[in-house]
Design a protein around this ligand. Structure first.
Ligand SMILES: [Zn+2]
Length: 107
């Protein structure tokens, strides 16, 4: 087993799924997922997003610290999404970029 001490890469991935919608893409790899009690809401309307993470990572003692920058990125993406009517209902980030999953329009 690798030592998961401080400084080790956690490869934390957080998905943000708009409340009332289903995930569009694949959720982060995990045996079990956990939806955090904290939601990210849009400051301009009542859209809110649930945060889904790997259960084990969410239970880690480093989670709060590790998740802070990812939360900030998701928050920014969600706030910017307001301009397009929150068409993106599923975001995911592991820290470098924020991926958007959009329902393909086939009508
Ligand atoms: Zn909004």
């Amino acid at each position: 087993m690798l030592d998961k001490g401080k400084g080790a890469e956690m490869n934390l991935t957080i998905a943000a799924i708009r409340s009332g919608t289903d995930p569009v893409g694949k959720l982060p790899d995990a045996a079990f997922h956990r939806t955090l009690e904290t939601q990210i809401g849009c400051p301009k309307c009542d859209a809110s997003y649930n945060l889904v993470v790997d259960w084990e990572q969410a239970s880690s003692r480093w989670f709060e610290e590790e998740s802070r920058s990812l939360m900030r990125m998701l928050k920014k993406a969600i706030h910017m999404g307001h301009a397009s009517g929150h068409r993106v209902s599923h975001f995911e980030t592991s820290g470098v970029v924020v991926k958007s999953f959009v329902v393909p329009e086939n009508s």
